[in-house]
Design a protein around this ligand. Structure first.
Ligand code: SF4
Ligand code: SF4
Length: 505
C-alpha cells in the first residue's frame, strides 16, 4: 500500500476491466462536428465559412480573450455547416458547431511557429503562446484553457501531474502513459521549463503498475518523481491530491495556484508535447469505451468531432436498448441517445444495459455518508438544509466545497440522490446571489439617482443665489455709476453757469 492516503473516499474496483490496456488508433471519420464551446470558459468564434476548404490542424475558430481556446480542423475537407447542435450535456442545450466533411486526404496545415526538440532554447513566452495557439484545454474533464491555468500558476513551486484517472472504469490516461511514456516525461519537462516550478510529481494510482514502471524507466530528470498513490476514489480531485502529496491544504473556495501548485492532467501534458515539440495542435484525444453492454472495453485514439455512433462502431456492443453515459460512473452524465460528437474533454463513454434504479427512502440518520466524504463535509446536514432550501445554513456547512464526487450517494442505504440535492442547492444559491446582486445594483442605481437629483437641486440653488448676488452687485454698481455721472453733470453745469456769469460781466 502506498503512502499519500486521505480521509474518506471509496475503494472502488474497475467494474469492467480490460484484458489489455492498448491504445487503438481508429480510421478517420467521414465527418466531424466541432463544438466552439469547451466545458468551461467562453466560446471560440468561427473564422471559416460554409464552403471553405480546410486542412487538418488549421484554425477554424479564434479567441478574443483567455477564457477559451481556439479550435482546429481535425480532418481536411470542406466546411458544410456552421450551426447549433445538441451538446453532450445533461442540459440538452445546443451550442455552435462547425461541421467538416472529409476529403479523405488528411492533408495537414503547416503551423509555422515551431519550437521543435530544442524547446529549451525557446523563451517561456514563446512556448506559452504555442500552447495558447494550439487550443489545449484540461483533458481530465474540466476543459479549462491550459494557457490560462499555467498563467494563474506563475511562480508556483510544484507541478503535479494528475495521472490518477478520475473514476473507476476510465482507462484513457493509463493507455496514454503506456503508449507514450517519453511524451509524458518530455511534456512535464516543457511545462517545468515555462512555469518555473522547482519540481514535478507525477501521481499514478498504485494499480497501474505498468505505467508506473514505464515512467520510472524513462524518467532521467531529477526534478521529476513518479509517486504511486492509493487506488482510492477521489484521489484525483485537485484539492485532495495536493493535500495527500504535499500536505498543503487549499483554502475553502481557493485553487491549487493559491498555494503555489500547478496541477495538470497527464493527457494535457501529452497535448503540450505534441504542440510544442511536434508542432501539432489539439485535434484528437483518447476515449475509453466501456460499460456493462460492451463486451471488451477499449481505449481509442479519436479525432475530435467524430460522432459517438462512429466511435461506438469500433466496440462490440450487446444488442438492445442501452443507456449512454459520458465520463464516469460517479460524476458522469446520462445522455439521451448517441447524437453527439467527441469534444476535447470526452474521456469516456459508458454503454450500459438498463437497470432499474432503486427508489429513494427516508434518511435513517445512519451517518454513513459522513464517513466517506473526502472533503470532510457533513453530507447528511447538507442534505437536510438543501432539501429545505435553507441555503444560508447549507453554506455555513461549506456547501460550495462539495466536489460532487458522489461518495455519499454511493453508500447511502436509503438510496437518496444526495448530489442532486447539492446541485439544486448550489443552483439556488447562484440564483439568489444573482438576484441579490440585481437588487443591490437597482438600490445603488436608485440611491445614486436620488443623490444626483439632490446635488442638481443644490447646484441650481447655489447658481440662483450667485446670480442674485451678481445682479445685486450689478445694480449697486449701476446706481453708483449713475450717481457719479449725475455728480459729474452737476459739476459741468455749475462750471458752465459760472462761465456764463463771468462772460456776462
Ligand atoms: S447515508 Fe443516507 S440515510 Fe444515512 S445519514 Fe446519510 S443521507 Fe441519511
Ligand atoms: S458529493 Fe460532496 S458531500 Fe458527498 S461525499 Fe462528495 S464532496 Fe462530500
Amino acid at each position: 500500500m502506498s503512502n499519500f492516503t486521505f480521509k474518506g473516499g471509496l475503494v472502488l474496483e474497475n467494474p469492467f476491466p480490460a484484458k489489455e490496456i492498448d491504445l487503438i488508433r481508429i480510421p478517420l471519420p467521414d465527418r466531424v462536428v466541432l463544438p466552439m464551446q469547451q466545458r468551461i470558459g467562453d466560446q471560440a468564434k468561427p473564422c471559416v465559412s460554409v464552403g471553405d476548404h480546410v486542412l487538418t490542424g488549421q484554425v477554424i475558430a479564434t479567441i478574443d480573450d483567455d477564457r477559451c481556446a481556439p479550435v482546429h480542423a481535425s480532418i481536411s475537407g470542406t466546411v458544410v455547416a456552421i450551426d447549433n447542435q445538441v451538446m453532450a450535456h445533461q442540459s440538452g442545450l445546443e451550442a455552435l458547431c462547425v461541421t467538416i466533411e472529409s476529403d479523405g486526404e488528411d492533408e495537414w496545415m503547416d503551423n509555422s511557429v515551431a519550437c521543435t526538440e530544442n524547446y529549451d532554447f525557446c523563451t517561456p513566452d514563446t512556448i506559452y503562446n504555442k500552447i495558447r495557439l494550439s487550443g489545449i484545454v484540461g483533458m481530465g474533464g474540466a476543459g479549462f484553457p491550459t494557457h490560462t491555468k499555467v498563467q494563474f500558476a506563475e511562480g508556483c513551486h510544484t507541478l503535479i501531474v494528475n495521472a490518477t484517472e478520475c473514476e473507476p472504469g476510465i482507462m484513457c490516461d493509463d493507455a496514454l502513459m503506456q503508449a507514450y511514456p517519453t511524451k509524458v516525461i518530455r511534456g512535464v519537462e516543457v511545462l517545468l521549463h515555462i512555469c518555473g516550478a522547482e519540481k514535478a510529481i507525477i501521481a499514478i494510482e498504485d494499480d497501474k503498475k505498468e505505467s508506473i514502471e514505464l515512467l520510472r524507466k524513462f524518467c532521467k530528470n531529477e526534478r521529476i518523481t513518479i509517486e504511486a498513490i492509493p487506488t482510492k476514489y477521489t484521489s484525483g480531485a485537485e484539492k485532495i491530491l495536493v493535500k495527500s502529496l504535499l500536505g498543503i491544504e487549499i483554502p475553502s473556495g481557493g485553487y491549487a495556484s493559491d498555494v503555489g501548485v500547478l496541477c495538470q492532467n497527464v493527457g494535457t501534458l501529452v497535448a503540450i508535447f505534441d504542440a510544442v515539440v511536434e508542432n501539432r495542435p489539439l485535434i484528437s484525444r483518447v476515449v475509453t469505451i466501456t460499460g456493462s453492454a460492451i463486451k471488451e472495453p477499449k481505449n481509442l485514439q479519436v479525432r475530435l468531432g467524430a460522432s459517438y455512433d462512429y466511435v461506438l462502431s469500433f466496440a462490440d456492443i450487446e444488442q438492445g436498448e442501452n443507456d449512454i453515459r459520458m465520463a464516469g460512473m460517479m460524476m458522469g452524465v446520462d445522455l439521451e441517445g448517441t447524437n453527439y460528437s467527441i469534444s476535447k474533454n470526452t474521456n469516456c463513454i459508458f454503454v450500459n444495459k438498463p437497470i432499474e434504479k432503486p427508489s429513494a427512502q427516508e434518511c435513517i440518520r445512519c451517518g454513513m455518508c459522513n464517513t466517506v466524504c473526502p472533503v470532510e463535509l457533513l453530507p447528511q446536514q447538507l442534505y437536510w438544509y438543501s432539501k429545505s432550501s435553507n441555503i444560508e445554513k447549507a453554506l455555513d456547512y461549506n456547501l460550495l466545497d462539495c466536489i460532487e464526487c458522489g461518495c455519499c450517494s454511493h453508500v447511502c442505504p436509503s438510496n437518496i440522490p444526495l448530489v442532486d440535492y447539492y446541485q439544486f442547492a448550489k443552483a439556488l444559491n447562484k440564483q439568489q446571489t444573482k438576484e441579490k446582486e440585481q437588487t443591490d445594483n437597482a438600490r445603488e442605481r436608485f440611491e445614486f439617482r436620488e443623490f444626483r437629483l439632490e446635488r442638481n437641486k443644490q447646484e441650481r440653488a447655489e447658481m440662483m443665489e450667485a446670480k442674485k448676488k451678481a445682479l445685486k452687485e450689478k445694480m449697486a454698481k449701476d446706481k453708483a455709476q449713475k450717481i457719479a455721472i449725475a455728480a459729474a453733470q452737476e459739476r459741468v453745469n455749475a462750471a458752465k453757469t459760472a462761465k456764463e456769469s463771468e462772460d456776462a460781466r
